[in-house]
Design a protein around this ligand. Structure first.
Ligand SMILES: Nc1nc2c(ncn2[C@@H]2O[C@H](COP(=O)(O)OP(=O)(O)OP(=O)(O)O)[C@@H](O)[C@H]2O)c(=O)[nH]1
Ligand SMILES: [Mg+2]
Ligand SMILES: [Zn+2]
Length: 366
C-alpha cells in the first residue's frame, strides 16, 4: 500500500510521529500527488506544516468548515498541495484523539486544542494553592480526548519540605485515579527524567493555567530555550499569557510535545465518559448501591454515602462529581445533538483502528 513518496516521507517525518498507519491512511492522497505533513502551528487561516522537505506555510481555506471541530489544528496530519501560491491544505487525516473544550459556558461551541495526542499533561503549579476541582475538570477533558492523562506538579522547589510535597502529591492522586502524578522542578532539574520518559512515547500536549510553567518544561525537555518564558505576574491567572499559539515541537530524546497558551478555564464539551473516568472509584462504589438508579442522596443501602461516612471517599469528590456531571448535561442539552452524534460517530469509526494500534504501543503507563 505504501507508495515510494510516503516511504521517503517516513524517515523524515518519523520524528514527528509518522508511522505505518498514518502512511496507510495517507496512501490515497499520496496517489494524488499531495504531500504529507504535520501541523506545527495554526495562525488565522494559515498553518505551518512540517513536511519531509522542511516547514512550509499553507492556507487552510479549503478545509475550513462552519464546524469549529473540523478546522485544522496543531497536531493534525494534513495533505498539502505540492506547489501553488498559496499552497492549500486539502484535507487532514482522521484524528486518533482530540482534546476539545467548550469555548464558553453560554454558547456550547467546541474548540479543538490539539489532535493526535497520546499523553495529555496537565501542568499544575505548586507555587499556588492546589485546586483539585480544576484538576478534575482538566482530567475529564483529557480522558475524553482519548489520550492518557498525566498530572505534572511544577515548581516543586518552592515547596518547603519533602513531607509537604509528598502530601500534595497524595492529595492530587486521590483526585486522579488511574493517572500518574509526577512532581518536577525545572529550576533544579528534578523529576525531568521521568517526564522525558513519558513524553518520549508519542505526542504529548502540555495543558494548564498561564504561569504553570509549561513552556519552562518544554524548554527543559528540548534542552534549549525555544519557547518564551515570563515571570508569572498575577497569581489568579488573569495576567498576561506568555505563550499565544499552540506549538508542536520534536524532542531530541524522542517524542513530540505541543506547548499551549495557558487556559483560564476549560469548559466541558460532551465529556460524560471522561467525567466518569475521573471519578472511577465513585462509579465502582455505585455498583454496590442497593438500587440501580441510586442518586446517592439519601437512599438506603447507598454504598457511596457509606464510603463518605467511613471516610473512605472524601465528600468533596462526590460534590465535584455532581457539579461536573450537571455542567456536562447542560452543555450536551444545548449542543445540536445531531451534529454531535455525527462527529462522534466519525471519530469513533475512523479513530478505532488508530487508537487500537496506539494502545498496543503505549504500554508502560497504563
Ligand atoms: N521556582 C520555579 N519557577 C519556575 C519553575 N518552572 C517555571 N517557573 C517560573 O514560572 C514562570 C512562568 O513560567 P512559563 O513557563 O512561562 O509558564 P507557562 O505555563 O508557559 O505560561 P503561559 O505561556 O502564559 O501559559 C516563569 O517565571 C518561570 O521561570 C520551577 O521549576 N521553579
Ligand atoms: Mg508558555
Ligand atoms: Zn448510592
Amino acid at each position: 500500500m505504501t507508495s515510494t513518496s510516503s516511504t521517503s516521507a517516513h524517515s523524515a517525518l518519523s520524528s514527528y510521529g509518522w508511522d505505518d498507519d498514518w502512511a496507510d491512511a495517507f496512501a490515497p492522497h499520496a496517489a494524488e500527488g499531495l504531500l504529507p505533513g504535520r501541523v506545527v502551528r495554526v495562525d488565522r487561516g494559515q498553518c505551518d506544516v512540517v513536511t519531509a522537505d522542511g516547514v512550509l506555510r499553507a492556507d487552510t481555506a479549503f478545509v475550513t468548515p462552519h464546524d469549529p471541530l473540523r478546522v485544522v489544528c496543531t497536531g493534525d496530519w494534513v495533505a498539502v498541495e505540492p506547489d501553488g501560491n498559496p499552497r492549500y491544505v486539502r484535507t487532514y487525516l482522521p484524528r486518533r484523539t482530540a482534546f476539545v473544550r467548550s469555548t464558553s459556558s453560554k454558547r456550547s461551541e467546541g474548540q479543538i486544542l490539539a489532535a493526535n495526542v497520546d499523553h495529555a499533561i496537565v501542568a499544575v503549579s505548586l507555587a499556588v494553592e492546589l485546586d483539585l476541582a480544576r484538576i478534575e475538570r482538566f482530567l475529564a477533558l483529557a480522558w475524553e480526548s482519548g489520550a492518557q492523562p498525566v498530572v505534572v506538579l511544577t515548581k516543586a522547589d518552592l515547596v518547603p519540605d519533602p513531607v509537604t510535597l509528598a502530601h500534595l502529591v497524595q492529595d492530587v492522586e486521590t483526585a486522579a485515579p488511574g493517572v500518574p502524578v509526577l512532581s518536577v522542578s525545572a529550576e533544579q532539574g528534578e523529576g525531568l527524567d521521568v517526564l522525558a520518559a513519558v513524553v518520549s512515547g508519542g505526542t504529548a500536549v502540555l495543558l494548564g493555567q498561564s504561569g504553570a510553567g509549561k513552556s519552562t518544561l518544554a524548554n527543559a525537555l528540548l534542552g534549549e530555550d525555544v519557547m518564551d518564558i515570563q515571570a508569572t505576574r498575577d497569581v489568579d491567572g488573569k495576567g498576561r499569557h506568555t505563550t499565544t499559539t499552540r506549538n508542536l515541537l520534536a524532542l531530541p530524546g524522542g517524542g513530540v510535545l505541543i506547548d499551549t497558551p495557558g487556559l483560564r478555564g476549560v469548559g466541558l464539551w460532551d465529556a460524560g465518559s471522561g467525567v466518569d473516568q475521573v471519578f472511577a472509584e465513585i462509579a465502582e462504589l455505585a455498583e454496590q448501591c442497593r438500587f440501580h438508579d441510586c442518586a446517592h442522596e439519601s437512599e438506603p443501602g447507598c454504598a457511596v454515602l457509606a464510603a463518605i461516612d467511613s471516610g473512605e471517599l472524601p465528600e468533596r469528590r462526590l460534590e465535584s462529581y455532581r457539579k461536573l456531571m450537571r455542567e456536562n448535561q447542560r452543555i450536551v442539552a444545548k449542543t445540536d445533538a445531531r451534529v454531535r452524534a455525527e462527529i462522534r460517530k466519525e471519530w469513533k469509526r475512523r479513530g478505532a483502528i488508530g487508537k487500537a494500534a496506539m494502545e498496543a504501543k503505549r504500554g508502560g503507563l497504563r
